[in-house]
Design a protein around this ligand. Structure first.
Ligand code: PLP
Length: 408
């Protein structure tokens, strides 16, 4: 399966930002791991909703409010279908992956006690570390960490060995935002469940590139962000198994998450609304449905295949350049390439590449423990989306060839 030139041109047409310049250079956008660009369908929908259907959701009997509510709930069912959740009640809208993990740590975490242990991995984004540390400072739980091997794969033997009578939770990323490693989350979930331990999978980097199937993976919680999957900013999803969500206390209090409020006694709304206090970004949520349309029309398999080809093509060219070292060489890898050039600082490389129109990420990528494990302050990171082309990969390599003599 290969994306044709015509197909990629049609896709790129939908992303006007790709036609802009940086200085006098054509933009080459290779920072898709941080956020992907948004197709016109989504942007136009946001515009349409603000100009035709802006009304608060779940609150009014009037037509606009009903329409806005229907649109928001349509997206909920779209998400449910996309990830194969059993019920729309298992789909909670949040501000992003970060808020979704904080929700689980704050709410589910209330049952953990001093000395209980949770398992994380060394490749986690700070969003899947710090909420657990905050919980640790409140409860005295212990955090155990799974290491990686030289290729950037998790040490599954060590993972297995970390489970004991005190283990109460495991939380790990589906795909590393630095190494690109695709973790065996189904197997890891199975191992955790053998010990009766619930699992959260951070799908922020997976949901844009594959179609995570909740029934297949079998995890208890799965989280992701719309802005990384061609959708609007400020929207995220928490999938949670219904019986667990039902057993959890609310995360925030406010409007919309209650059944009845009195100063003596307040009762809470049913799922999913129990976890959606206050006015959500209902315009963004409604428009998020168009991002699913885009991915479905393009074809998630085609997206994955094209990105994989870009990964292989660019990796080979990068490795032929003097002084380039790539971090993360797992055979099962997403289209993320973290690298350094000799002893050059990642920031210098990124800064000079920007002057040549290439937008990519530098630094620790919100994964400082991983950087410490790798013994480096940071990397330069190129990451691909379906709209990137082989010509862009070539131009990135040509730009890097110009930068290397300046920094080495
Ligand atoms: N988890 C992973 C693996 C990520 O890559 C990111 C963002 O880059 C996050 C969590 C946080 O996502 P957000 O900032 O959208 O909440």
């Amino acid at each position: 399966m290969e994306i044709t030139k015509e197909e990629i041109e049609n896709i790129r047409e939908k992303f006007p930002i790709l036609r802009r310049k940086v200085g006098d250079k054509d933009l080459i956008y290779l920072d898709n791991t941080a956020t992907s660009q948004t197709p016109v369908e989504v942007v136009e929908d946001i515009n349409y909703l603000y100009t035709h259907t802006k009304a608060n959701v779940h609150r009014g009997v009037h037509t606009l409010s009903q329409e806005a509510t229907d649109l928001q709930e349509h997206t909920r069912r779209r998400v449910q279908g996309w990830i194969n959740a059993s019920s729309f009640e298992e789909i909670i809208f949040t501000r992003g992956t970060t808020e979704a993990i904080n929700l689980v740590a704050s709410s589910f975490g209330q049952r953990f006690r001093e000395g209980d242990e949770i398992i994380l991995t060394v490749m986690e984004h700070h969003a899947n570390i710090v909420p657990w540390q905050l919980l640790q400072s409140r409860t005295g739980i212990k955090i155990r960490v799974v290491d990686i091997n030289d290729k950037g794969e998790l040490d599954l033997d060590q993972y297995r060995s970390l489970f004991n009578d005190r283990t109460v939770f495991a939380s790990f990323t589906h795909i590393s935002n630095v190494l690109g490693t695709v973790n065996p989350v189904k197997e890891m979930t199975r191992i955790a469940h053998e010990h009766g331990v619930p699992v959260l999978v951070d799908g922020a980097q997976a949901a844009p590139h594959l179609r995570p199937d909740m029934q297949d993976i079998g995890c208890d919680f799965y989280v992701f962000s719309a802005h990384k999957m061609y959708g609007p900013t400020g929207i995220g999803v928490l999938y949670g198994r219904k019986e667990l969500l039902e057993s959890m206390p609310p995360y925030q209090g406010g409007g919309e998450m209650i059944k009845h409020v009195s100063f003596e006694h307040t009762t809470f709304a049913d799922l999913p609304f129990k976890f959606e206090a206050g006015t959500p970004d209902f315009v963004g949520i409604a428009a998020f449905a168009k991002a699913f349309d885009f991915m479905e029309e393009t074809g998630i398999d085609l997206i994955a295949e094209h990105e994989h080809q870009l990964l292989e093509y660019t990796t080979e060219k990068l490795l032929a350049l003097p002084g380039v070292k790539i971090y993360g060489t797992a055979p099962d890898k997403a289209a993320v390439i973290s690298f350094n050039v000799g002893d050059a600082h990642n920031y210098d490389v990124g800064f000079l590449l920007d002057k040549l129109g290439v937008a990519l990420r530098t630094g620790h990528h919100c994964a400082q423990p991983l950087m410490e494990r790798l013994g480096i302050p940071g990397t330069v990171r190129a990451s691909f989306a379906v709209y990137n082309t082989f010509e862009e990969a070539d131009r990135f390599i040509e730009a890097l060839k110009r930068v290397i003599p300046m920094v080495m």
